[in-house]
Design a protein around this ligand. Structure first.
Ligand code: 5GP
Length: 202
C-alpha cells in the first residue's frame, strides 16, 4: 500500500495556517497531528482535541523517551509532535498534516526527508499584525514579539519545498491540495509497484 504523505504547514504566527488546516480536514482525506504542549489551554480549547496539555515534567520525559518527532520551545512553552501516532497513520496510507512552527519543520525534514514542507506567508506584515490583533488571544506585547519575529522567519523560506501567500483562503486551500496531489504523483519508491504491473503484463 502507498504510504501517506507527511505535510508540514508552517510560517509566521497569524498567517492563517490554522484556518487552512481546518478547511483541509473537512475533505476527510487527511488527518491532523495533535501536538503536545506545556502552554495553558485557552478558553474553549480541549485536551486531546486542540493539544495534549501536559506538565513540563511530562513533556521532558516524552522527549527523553524519543516519543516526539520534533519539538521546540516557543515563547517559554514547549510544543512537540507525538511520533507514534503520526507514523502509524502514514503506514496506513493516511496523509498527515503538522501545523507547527519553523524550528520543528526543519527537524521533521531531517528525520523524515519525505516530508513536504509548505511555507504559508501573510499578504503583508501589516495584514499579519491586523490578524493577530483581531484574534484577541494575544497581548499587545505578544503581538509585537510575533510580528518582529515574522520577518526573520520569512528569510528562512529556503528551508521549505513550497510557499503559498495566504491572500484568499479558498486559493490557499486549493494550492495545498494541489501540492499534496502532485506529491502523490511523484515518481519514487512507490513507482516500483507500478512498473511491476506492466512487467507482469508483458
Ligand atoms: P499556539 O500557542 O498559538 O497554539 O501555537 C504557537 C506556535 O506553536 C504556532 O506557530 C504553532 O504552529 C506552533 N506549534 C503547535 N504545535 C507544535 C508542535 O507540535 N511543534 C512545533 N514545533 N510547533 C508547534
Amino acid at each position: 500500500m502507498e504510504k501517506g504523505k507527511l505535510i508540514v504547514l508552517s510560517g509566521p504566527s497569524g498567517t492563517g495556517k490554522g484556518t487552512i488546516c481546518r478547511e483541509l480536514l473537512k475533505t476527510g482525506e487527511m488527518d491532523l497531528s495533535i501536538s503536545m504542549t506545556t502552554r495553558q489551554p485557552r478558553t474553549g480549547e480541549k485536551d486531546g482535541v486542540h493539544y495534549y496539555f501536559v506538565s513540563r515534567e511530562q513533556f521532558l520525559k516524552t522527549v527523553e523517551e524519543g516519543g516526539l518527532l520534533e519539538h521546540a520551545e516557543i515563547y517559554g512553552n514547549f510544543y512537540g509532535t507525538p511520533r507514534a501516532a503520526v507514523l502509524e497513520k502514514l503506514d496506513k496510507g493516511r496523509d498527515v498534516i503538522l501545523e507547527i512552527e519553523m524550528q520543528g519543520a526543519v527537524q521533521v525534514k531531517k528525520s523524515y526527508p519525505d516530508a513536504v514542507l509548505i511555507f504559508i506567508l501573510p499578504p503583508s506584515l501589516e495584514v499579519l499584525r491586523g490578524r493577530l490583533t483581531g484574534r484577541g488571544t494575544e497581548t499587545e506585547e505578544q503581538i509585537s514579539a510575533r510580528s518582529s519575529q515574522a520577518l526573520s522567519e520569512i528569510h528562512r523560506i529556503y528551508d521549505y519545498d513550497y510557499s503559498i501567500v495566504n491572500d484568499s483562503l479558498r486559493d490557499a486551500v486549493s494550492d495545498v491540495k494541489a501540492i499534496i496531489r502532485a506529491e502523490h504523483l511523484r515518481v519514487g519508491a512507490g513507482s516500483e509497484a507500478l512498473v511491476r504491473k506492466y512487467e507482469e503484463e508483458e
